[in-house]
Structures are given as structure tokens and as C-alpha cells.
Design a protein around this ligand. Structure first.
Ligand code: NAD
Ligand code: TYD
Length: 339
């Protein structure tokens, strides 16, 4: 089958492309990515050598260009990863989040309607459910949890989800949606918690923990997320939402301390800084539906995944040093100076 992957030059999309090329050599993969600050073509260098991989530098909001790609490629399945993905940036400037995450999703689905596809899969996030209180560890997000967003980022992702469901109901578009918890692993952009802390610690720079560091995230190794999406596009039921998560809740402060220990850096590098506006307290996924219906279970334990991730950043300095020495420097200054 031919799978069109948007946002494939970013963190999860690139891992998904390598998962597909490695596990389904009979499939053809077409990647569409406009290479924003978060997209990096060097990440796809190995994929670009493969005869069954093709790359288009195109914005998913560009309707004419997207229609041309569909006309030329006629994909069977579309997996939409392309998005603005960083909550802090969405707080600074929401507009691009609405454009890409909502209107871009609309363009992709219109192309699917026009040219016909077997499946449109929307990669969504647990952040659409809002957050859970710290004093109720018995509560988890299920697929029935009401949408209740906190940030412009999560509101844009929730809007896209609603639109995807509307296209299914109104036009019969064969859709699925997955809502995954926080991912970590190779090619994670340095602005996000885990890579930021690894890279700062390696440079003996302060480790900026927002608020009191007690916020909880439910971390999943990226390869496990990719395997789940692969299962959903092949075996998932049209019209359904699937939550993805591995019951691995960790407080931010404990993650940062763990990174210090792995890198043999002192915890005195930790610096508590002003909290994020509207900061969600706790995310926690109930993944029983995807386990029950599709047999998915996470395979990488956090202790192994975080070690693999740190080792990857140690071995791939060339990848991230190019990023952190470029426009990222200005972003970091703006976000963290005087915080
Ligand atoms: P990322 O920011 O690392 O990558 C996003 C990619 O999309 C980049 O390559 C970028 O160039 C591309 N892109 C952005 N706007 C585009 C546009 N208008 N047209 C074409 N390409 C565009 O993001 P990520 O962390 O890999 O997240 C991928 C998807 O997974 C997103 O939809 C995100 O909401 C979702 N998600 C992420 C996480 C997580 O922990 N990172 C968890 C759950 C869901
Ligand atoms: P992040 O990686 O931005 O993912 P998300 O906000 O989508 O969960 O942040 C993960 C957690 O880490 C979140 O609670 C905010 C916190 N955080 C810090 O404490 N310091 C930082 O510098 C960053 C980037 C995040």
C-alpha cells in the first residue's frame, strides 16, 4: 500500500517513517513536510536513499499543491502528523497553530475526499482531554472523557479532532484518530522537556523546571507510539478513537533528576522558573481499548527507553548541535531569559 505521511521530518513522523520502512518494505511511503523550524531533512537522510520513499517539501495548508500531490501519488492511506506541536510557542502566538493544525487538517481531508482513500488517520494527543488533579490517581483519560482543553495548542488539536469526526459523519470519510501521551526518543526537538534537559545538562547549563516540578506526564517511547499507529491504520475500526499510553506517569522533577544521574551532573543545575500559563497538572492515559481491540501493549520500559534516548543524544551531537546553534538560540533567549 502507499502511505502518505505528513510532518515526517519532525520527531514522531520521522520515527514512524523508519518504522514503516523497516517493517513493511513492500509499502511505499510519501512524506509531505514544509520543514518548519521543527522539521529537519537531515533526519530523513537514510530514508531518502530508499527507492520506496519520496519527499515533498509542501505546506499542508497549500490546497493546490496538496491536490497535485494526491493526483500524482494516489495514496491509499494518509497519516497526518503535521502540526505545530509546542505548548509554550502556542501561548506566545496561537495563530499558526490554528492555521496548520485546524485548516491544514481540513485541506488534507478535502484532498482525501476528492481523490478517495482507504483511511485517513489523525495523530492527536491526550492534551485534548485537559488535565487531571494530582490528588486523584484513580482517574485516567478514556476515549469517553470530555474534550476540555487548556492551551491554544490543545484547543487547536481538539478542533481538528472534531472536524475529523464531522468529516466521517457528514461525508463518510473513513477516519481513525489516536490520542497519545507524551513521547520521548530519538529526533525529539530540543525545545521539549527531555531533550532540553539532556542538552543543557551536557553543557552544564541551568535546567529550567517550570513551577514546582510536580506536574505529571505519562511518557511513552516513540517506537511504541509508531507501532500503535501502524496497527490502527491496518486493523483499527473506521470512525473510532484510540488512546495510546503506557501507564508510565512521572513528575517533571523526577525526570530531570534522573537525567542528571545518568549524565553524572549535579542536581544544583536545576533552576525553578516561572510556571507555564495554564499549566496542565497531570496527564494519564487509560490504554485498555487499544489493548483489548488491537492487542497493542507498550514494549519499552521507561528505564530502558530513557537510557537509549540519552545514549542517542550523546551519539548524535551533530544532529542537535546544528539545531541549537541556529534560530533556536533566539527562541531560548526569549523564552527563558528573565523567566
Ligand atoms: P514536531 O514539532 O517534532 O514535528 C512536526 C512536523 O510537522 C515538522 O517536521 C514540521 O516541519 C511539520 N509541519 C508543521 N507545520 C506544517 C505544515 N503546515 N505543513 C507541512 N508540514 C508541517 O512534532 P511531533 O512531536 O513529531 O508531533 C507530531 C504529531 O504528534 C503532532 O500532530 C502532535 O500534535 C502529535 N503528538 C505529539 C506528542 C509528543 O509527545 N510529541 C504526543 C501526542 C501527539
Ligand atoms: P513539554 O515537553 O513541552 O510537553 P507538554 O507540555 O506537551 O507536556 O513539557 C513537558 C513538561 O515539562 C510540562 O509539564 C512542562 C515541563 N517543562 C519544564 O518544566 N521546563 C521546560 O523547559 C520545558 C520545555 C517543559
Amino acid at each position: 500500500m502507499k502511505v502518505l505521511v505528513t510532518g515526517g521530518a519532525g520527531f514522531i513522523g520521522s520515527n514512524f517513517i523508519y518504522h514503516m520502512l523497516g517493517n513493511h518494505p513492500e509499502d511505499q511511503i510519501v512524506c509531505v513536510d514544509c520543514l518548519t523550524y521543527a522539521g529537519n531533512l537531515s533526519t530523513l537522510a537514510d530514508a531518502l536513499k530508499r527507492p520506496n520513499f519520496k519527499f515533498y517539501k509542501t505546506n499542508i495548508c497549500d490546497r493546490a499543491a496538496i491536490y497535485d500531490i494526491f493526483n500524482a501519488e494516489r495514496p491509499d492511506v494518509v497519516v497526518n502528523f503535521a502540526a505545530e506541536s509546542h505548548v509554550d510557542r502556542s501561548i506566545e502566538d496561537p495563530e499558526i497553530f490554528l492555521r496548520t493544525n485546524v485548516l491544514g487538517t481540513q485541506v488534507m481531508m478535502d484532498a482525501c475526499r476528492k481523490y478517495g482513500i482507504a483511511r485517513y488517520h489523525q495523530v492527536s494527543t491526550d492534551e485534548v482531554y485537559g488535565d487531571l488533579p494530582l490528588d486523584r490517581p484513580d482517574l485516567f483519560f478514556t476515549e469517553e472523557t470530555p474534550i476540555h482543553t487548556s492551551s491554544p495548542y490543545s484547543a487547536s488539536k481538539a478542533s481538528a479532532d472534531l472536524l475529523v469526526q464531522a468529516y466521517h459523519r457528514t461525508y463518510g470519510l473513513p477516519v481513525t484518530i489516536s490520542r497519545c501521551s507524551n513521547n520521548y526518543g530519538p529526533y525529539h526537538f530540543p525545545e521539549k522537556l527531555i531533550p532540553l534537559m539532556i542538552i543543557n545538562a551536557l553543557h552544564d547549563q541551568p535546567l529550567p523546571v517550570y513551577g514546582n516540578g510536580q506536574n505529571v506526564r505519562d511518557w511513552l517511547y516513540v517506537e511504541d507510539h509508531c507501532k500503535a499507529i501502524d496497527l490502527i491504520i491496518r486493523k483499527g475500526k473506521v470512525g473510532e478513537v484510540y488512546n495510546i499510553g503506557g501507564h508510565n506517569e512521572m513528575k517533571n522533577i523526577d525526570i530531570v533528576k534522573l537525567i542528571c544521574r545518568h549524565l553524572r551532573k549535579p542536581e544544583s543545575l536545576i533552576s525553578y522558573v516561572a510556571d507555564r500559563k495554564g499549566h496542565d497538572m497531570r496527564y494519564a492515559i487509560d490504554p485498555s481499548k487499544i489493548h483489548r481491540e488491537l492487542g497493542w501493549l507498550p514494549e519499552t520500559k521507561f528505564a530502558d527507553g530513557i537510557k537509549k534516548t540519552i545514549d542517542w543524544y550523546l551519539a548524535n551531537e551533530a544532529w542537535w548541535s546544528t539545531i541549537v546553534s541556529g534560530e533556536y538560540k533566539d527562541y531560548y533567549e526569549k523564552m527563558y531569559r528573565n523567566r
